[in-house]
Design a protein around this ligand. Structure first.
Ligand code: ADP
Ligand code: MG
Length: 295
């Protein structure tokens, strides 16, 4: 599943680096790495003729290797469609998406509804991707158990998911995704079903895990706060068909736990993004995506 759909022949690294110019200082700044993901004019329409629905795009975006990018946008604007194209589950109608996840490094996806198998034990769920990769059983067990330990599930290896809470089920999904050492981790509102406290806890855990493994991550959320806590970069999408209308780099140091959310700078950036989003949902469904107006 490494390169889920045919991509054009490899092109040389882009000569136009994404984001701000390099800091002054070192005389020869390192050249930017080739992006792990590059979308050009990417668009998707569902259906044909009079019932055709333009769901997404055109979208142009790049994600650097190791970068954690969050995407926010109004409901129905095409966020899941974008992610499903990146996962190779949906074909674009126009444009192209290029993935460079490195040899043998698959793409892993985590959904809001966990996507774990109720008839498999927790250990077997986490080992699942490794089994598919034909990792020898003992090695797969060792790696799966190590990820269970890292996600606080060591005592639940033999349990079935039905015995677990929502937070623990989502940890199983996270352990399973990270166990295959993905070149690209795709997450579609993974914490939306969790209560606020648990969501904060899992956000912290996800950050710690993806920072230590330097996993390139594309994370969809409808929560501005979540995007600002997690993202190296936040992309804001327009109403359907979703295009990228703004991009911000939250200037807060890692880890953005606890107090940073209460700072005026955090609130100001959140309010700024909310203004952008409100412009997009105006006349449609003018409710705050987080159920309250920003402070
Ligand atoms: N398989 C599909 N067939 C037809 N329409 C679809 C399909 N998938 C998504 N859509 C439509 O495309 C639009 C964008 O959907 P989606 O990507 O799920 O939005 P989001 O994740 O931002 O809420 C919606 O109007 C949705 O109904
Ligand atoms: Mg969605």
């Amino acid at each position: 599943m490494g390169e889920p759909h045919p991509s054009p022949a490899p092109t040389p690294p882009s000569s136009t680096p994404a984001g701000p110019p390099p800091h002054p200082g070192p005389r020869t700044p390192p050249s930017p790495p080739a992006p792990a993901l590059r979308a050009r004019n990417l668009a998707r329409t569902f259906g044909r003729g009079r019932t055709a629905l333009a769901a997404l795009g055109p979208v142009d975006a790049e994600i650097a290797a190791g970068e954690f990018v969050c995407v926010v946008g109004p409901s129905g604007c095409g966020k899941s469609t974008l992610l499903r194209i990146a996962a190779g589950l949906v074909r674009p109608s126009a444009g192209e998406l290029e993935l460079r996840t490195g040899a043998g490094r698959p793409t892993a996806m985590i959904f809001q509804d966990y996507g774990i198998y109720d008839w498999k034990t927790v250990l077997a769920n986490v080992r699942f991707g490794l089994d598919i990769q034909r990792v020898p059983r003992r090695e797969a067990d060792r790696r799966a158990r190590s990820w269970l330990a890292r996600t606080g599930l060591a005592d639940f290896a033999g349990a079935y998911p039905s015995a677990l809470s929502g937070g623990m089920r989502q940890r199983v999904a996270l352990a399973r995704a990270l166990a295959v050492e993905p070149g690209l981790l795709l997450m579609d509102e993974p914490f939306a079903a969790l209560d606020a406290q648990l969501r904060t806890l899992l956000q912290d855990e996800l950050l710690a895990l993806t920072q230590t493994t330097r996993t390139t991550t594309l994370f969809i959320t409808h929560s501005l706060e979540e995007a600002l806590v997690l993202g190296d970069r936040v992309l804001v999408m327009s109403a359907r068909p979703g295009r990228i209308i703004a991009e911000r780099r939250p200037p807060f140091p890692r880890s953005r736990t606890g107090e940073v959310r209460a700072t005026p700078a955090f609130a100001a950036l959140k309010a700024e993004l909310w203004e952008l989003l409100r412009g997009e949902v105006a006349g449609r469904d003018a409710t705050d995506p987080e159920g309250a107006t920003p402070a």
